[in-house]
Design a protein around this ligand. Structure first.
Ligand code: XBP
Ligand code: MG
Length: 200
């Protein structure tokens, strides 16, 4: 029997390549809809990914590239409004089937379940976006495959803080050494390692 009791998956870049042709495009749609002449190129978006979380990423972008755009206390509200629209665009794009899972992901999930290995998700993305990705790629029944789907603002600090991994461990009542995390980014790896979980 496997000594691993649970696999904990990151989402963006791990379950699916969602960033360049998914999230980035949706941020740009929300900006255009709001009448803002902001456009995140692939290159700029690559840099902006350093900041995890869509709302946090928008705030960082405005502070860095348009520091005089509006008073700092209005920034949080603007970022939230833009992000709400961005998420709507992103979920529509998923529903059109534009983004699939990375090769092998479905098989890995199915094999783990067959072997009685529990599954969880620990992501910086918003819950609605994660659920839509699962529904559009694996079907709504797949939501029940995961013991915990921990997303977005469920914890105060996003990755590279370990909070989201602590949250998952707590909910699953498992110790770090009995789990394995699958991540794609430096921030994600740092978060999982800070929580003491072995990480691929
Ligand atoms: C990826 C992120 C997210 C997405 C955008 O996190 O940092 O912010 O870029 O999603 P992970 P939202 O790889 O941990 O899943 O706009 O919903 O935040
Ligand atoms: Mg990722």
């Amino acid at each position: 029997m496997s000594p691993i009791k649970a696999l904990i998956f990151d989402v963006d870049g791990t379950l699916a390549e969602t960033e360049r042709d998914g999230h980035r495009v949706s941020f740009n749609q929300a900006f255009a809809e709001a009448g803002l002449a902001w456009n995140w190129s692939v290159e700029l978006y690559g840099e902006l990914l350093e900041v995890t979380g869509g709302k946090e990423r928008i705030q960082h972008y405005v502070r860095t590239y348009h520091p005089n755009f509006l008073l700092p206390h209005r920034l949080e509200a603007l970022a939230s409004a833009l992000h709400r629209n961005k998420s709507r665009h992103y979920q529509k794009l998923l529903q059109k089937g534009y983004i699939g899972l990375r090769p092998g992901v479905k098989r890995l999930l199915a094999t783990a379940l067959e072997d009685n290995i529990r599954l969880a998700i620990a992501t910086t993305s918003s819950l609605g976006s994660v659920l839509t990705l699962l529904e559009t790629t694996l079907g709504s029944e797949s939501l029940a495959w995961f013991d915990v789907i921990a997303a977005g603002d469920v914890v105060p600090q996003k990755k590279p803080a370990p909070d989201i991994y602590h949250y998952v461990l707590d909910k699953m009542a498992l110790s770090p050494q009995t789990c394995l995390v699958i991540e794609d980014s430096r921030q994600g790896l740092t978060a999982a390692q800070r929580a003491g979980i072995p990480t691929v």
